[in-house]
Design a protein around this ligand. Structure first.
Ligand SMILES: [Zn+2]
Length: 56
């Protein structure tokens, strides 16, 4: 269960995170506060996005 701070949500998704840790991913995207303007992904932790933009 290693946690890497280098892993961003945008990149995690590309690495089969949905298959490996779907529940963990759900926790990151529920009630999202930020949107990645680069990838279009949403997350409640802006640190995991490459180009986070607050969602009003
Ligand atoms: Zn991104």
């Amino acid at each position: 269960m290693g946690k890497s701070k280098e892993k961003r949500l945008c990149k995690q998704v590309k690495h089969d995170v949905l298959e490996e840790d779907l529940d963990g991913y759900k926790k990151l995207v529920v009630n999202p506060t930020h949107l990645c303007v680069k990838c279009g992904r949403v997350c409640n932790d802006p640190g995991l996005l490459c180009e986070p933009e607050p969602i009003d």
